[in-house]
Design a protein. Structure first.
Length: 230
């Protein structure tokens, strides 16, 4: 991965770097994957000049986590002064990214001259062709049925999880279910509205998801639980 830093500046917090990062070509997906310490996709839930908090969707390389904090490369020097450089990477809150990161798990950083950028189906497919991703984020689909939520519970590497305790809550009503040996369960006879789904199982971190059910419709949900670290 080639990149050049044209300048290191000390700037007021609201200033921007006046120089563009000088990039010497970008590697192909396979090379970028090999060079990175972590590669994942997700949505930015909060961002400032120094860091961005990412709600993770898929992980192609690195630790499977529901949330990752990325550094931008800017440094707070105190007294209202900030050090940045032309290759710092800034994130937009609410946007979806595919990130190629270097550094340690608690200090991950991406450069402007990397393949990090807004998520695209093409880049995700290219990564999928190299390595199977670990899935973290919920996957929701419509299905043929009426007033149902069909749930499939699995690990990030797609292994079914049986005996998951499920609760679905909406408008003061509460429903319970347990997944079968294939990791599946169905809530039927539901009213339309927003449902809070809570999933828990021995050896896994509990998870809460939100699923909206329209009138006379069916939602199929693939939900993923992370094992508790030993």
């Amino acid at each position: 991965m080639g990149f050049g830093v044209l300048a290191a500046l000390v700037l007021p917090p609201l200033s921007t770097d006046a120089f563009a990062c000088s990039c010497v070509g970008l590697p192909d997906v396979g090379t970028a994957l090999t060079q990175a310490n972590a590669v994942f996709s997700g949505r930015v839930v909060a961002a400032d000049m120094f860091r961005a908090r990412i709600q993770v969707d898929k992980v192609w390389k690195g630790e499977a986590r529901t949330e990752i904090t990325m550094l931008t490369g800017a440094e707070d020097l105190g007294n209202g002064m900030v050090r940045t450089n032309s290759c710092s990477y800034n994130y937009t809150a609410g946007a979806n990214y595919i990130i190629f990161a270097g550094g340690t798990p608690d200090k991950l950083l991406s450069q402007a001259c990397s393949k990090t950028g807004f998520a695209t189906p093409e880049l995700a497919r290219d990564l999928d062709s190299v390595v199977r991703p670990k899935r973290i984020g919920d996957e929701l689909r419509t299905c043929s049925g009426t007033n149902e939520i069909r749930i499939a519970m699995a690990t990030p590497d797609a292994k079914a999880i049986p005996a998951v305790t499920l609760t679905a809550e909406s408008s003061g009503r509460k429903y319970g279910a347990v997944t079968d040996p294939t990791g599946k369960s169905i809530f039927t006879g539901l009213q339309s509205g927003e449902f809070k789904i809570i999933a828990s199982a021995d050896g896994y971190l509990a998870k809460q998801s939100t699923i909206n059910v329209a009138a006379n419709s069916c939602v199929e949900a693939s939900l993923y639980l992370l094992p508790i670290a030993k």
